[in-house]
Design a protein around this ligand. Structure first.
Ligand SMILES: Nc1nc2c(ncn2[C@@H]2O[C@H](COP(=O)(O)OP(=O)(O)OP(=O)(O)O)[C@@H](O)[C@H]2O)c(=O)[nH]1
Ligand SMILES: C=C(OP(=O)(O)O)C(=O)O
Length: 215
């Protein structure tokens, strides 16, 4: 029996060092708040992911010492960004770290900037992904990607960054088209994105840092 795959999904969550993360938020958040918000986004993303009934583990790939401590306390397994060669290398490294322990795991990459993430919506996306060797979810702007999955025995082959929706489509991954999963698609890069996430309902750590500031 394939117990690795039957036990639920292993998520790989990449996170840049906080001092350089979410640079496009600087205008809206200011220099002091920006790294704190980047961590709050990651905490809310990982916290909601670990509450999702379909998720067995979250492996965070980061070299940030503060994020490592906080996210490990939430229950994530944190591995260093050993390749230090950008987002896709970090994701491939995380997927290898999962399968070194669980060779038949279902693996999915999930961005760390989804502060409105709802566990039940993530469960619907994961259930939809079960039907395909590789599947992905476009971001709210329909240009990028927030989620990419690989079935047991299939390489993740991540191609994130910028206009990654088109890249993931041409790589053969199947696009998941589902209504009512806005929280999984709502990545936050800018102040406008943060306002849109606030409309959906921010997670508790982001709300604690942003709502007082936003009034
Ligand atoms: N481990 C790791 N994570 C990364 C790297 N580059 C981006 N990420 C993460 O990948 C996800 C998507 O990246 P972006 O939305 O571009 O986030 P960002 O790079 O912090 O934002 P900008 O500085 O505004 O480009 C976020 O969770 C980032 O923290 C990297 O080189 N290593
Ligand atoms: C990482 C991505 O995009 P962005 O840098 O725009 O968040 C992506 O959508 O693949």
């Amino acid at each position: 029996m394939n117990t690795d795959a039957d036990g639920g999904w292993s998520l790989v969550v990449p996170l840049k060092p906080l001092a350089v993360a979410k640079s496009r938020l600087a205008a809206a958040a200011g220099a002091r708040l920006r790294p704190r918000l980047a961590l709050a986004f990651a905490e809310d993303t990982v916290g909601a992911a670990l509450e999702c009934v379909r998720v067995r583990e979250a492996v965070v790939v980061t070299d940030d010492p503060a994020a490592r401590e906080v996210l490990a306390a939430l229950g994530a397994r944190v591995v260093p960004d050993a390749p230090a060669a950008g987002l896709n290398a970090a994701l491939a490294h995380g997927a290898r770290a999962v399968r070194a322990r669980r060779p038949h795991a279902r693996v999915a990459a999930l961005n760390a900037d989804l502060p409105a993430l709802r566990p039940a919506e993530l469960a619907r996306v994961l259930d939809a992904a079960l039907a395909f060797p590789r599947a992905f979810l476009a971001d709210a702007a329909e240009i990028g990607t927030t989620f990419l999955s690989a079935a047991p025995g299939v390489e993740l082959a991540p191609a994130f960054g910028g206009a990654s929706r088109r890249r993931h489509l041409s790589s053969g991954a199947v696009e998941i088209r589902l209504a009512g999963v806005d929280s999984v698609r709502r990545d936050v890069d800018t102040g406008e994105d943060l306002a849109a996430a606030r409309e959906l309902g921010l997670g508790p750590r982001t709300a604690a840092r942003w709502l007082p500031a936003a009034g």
